[in-house]
Design a protein around this ligand. Structure first.
Ligand code: HEC
Length: 235
């Protein structure tokens, strides 16, 4: 206390020091003044933030309203839209047909065509692996062979066969027409993609469309008859 009392009047007492007191005084008052505008600036900043926040909320709202139609209860992560699901759907169907077909192959076809589709010369059975009949882009002839059977000479992979016949698989399959079509689409989808074969899957629609053209036929096909059937563009 004593020290302060002593130092305050001291500069006034010295004439040379009075200047420095005056110049020193304004910073002392400028101090609070400098701080004072800060809340004002802060106020402006808060206003800016409020505007930005409100604008973001509005834009978010507009986005939600505009995309309302796209939030479909049927679509879950990781899928984004019904369209995307539709694109993936055929693959799922083909996968299911492939499973149905593999099972059928290993119960109904394997004893003649063998586990790797290599055929069997001992029973005059041609191969399915690499067969130009199996790999044809249009599955129309395959669908015919499966429903009604095949007999007589046939060339597969450059080799002639014909001493044995292939029965009408369609007659042996269980179930109604739809169930048969599904099994035939399945086994064809399977043999076209097994053992290194790489041909497009066969759909139930393709099977039904082809079958409608020869439904009432009662005899097996010959190679010549099959070759006379024009191949249409595959779907
Ligand atoms: C009892 C034996 C036997 C069974 C079972 C059999 N096939 Fe065949 N398959 C043959 C014979 C034999 C031929 C050739 C007929 C000919 O020489 O005219 C043939 C021909 C074929 C051909 C056309 C030629 C080729 O090799 O590409 C296809 C395709 C075919 N079979 C698919 C099947 C499928 C699919 C199954 C099962 C659903 C099946 N076969 C079951 C004996 C059989």
């Amino acid at each position: 206390m004593k020290k302060r009392k002593h130092t305050t009047p001291a500069p006034a007492a010295r004439p040379g020091a009075s200047r420095s007191v005056r110049t020193a005084a304004p910073p002392a008052t400028a101090g609070p003044r400098l701080i004072e505008p800060a809340p004002g600036r802060g106020g402006r900043l808060s206003a800016v933030w409020i505007v930005v926040t409100v604008a973001s909320l509005c834009l978010g709202g507009v986005y939600l309203i505009r995309s309302a139609g796209h939030f479909d209860a049927r679509v879950y992560h990781p899928y984004r839209s019904v369209e995307e699901l539709a694109i993936l759907q055929p693959k799922a169907v083909a996968d299911e047909l492939h499973t149905v077909g593999r099972r059928l192959y290993h119960t109904l076809c394997v004893q003649c065509h063998q586990p790797r589709g290599q055929g069997n010369p001992a029973t005059f059975t041609p191969p399915l692996a690499g067969s130009e009949w199996v790999l044809a882009p249009d599955p129309g002839r395959l669908i015919r062979i499966l429903y009604k059977g095949l007999y007589g000479p046939i060339t597969v992979n450059g080799q002639s066969y014909g001493q044995a016949a292939m029965f009408a698989v369609g007659d042996q399959l269980p179930g109604n027409d739809d169930a048969k079509a599904k099994q035939i689409a399945g086994v064809l989808t399977y043999i076209r993609s097994a053992w290194g074969n790489q041909a497009a899957p066969v759909s139930v629609d393709q099977v039904n469309a082809a079958h409608a053209q020869f439904k009432d036929r009662t005899t097996p096909w010959t190679e010549a008859e099959l070759q006379a059937i024009p191949e249409t563009d595959p779907e």
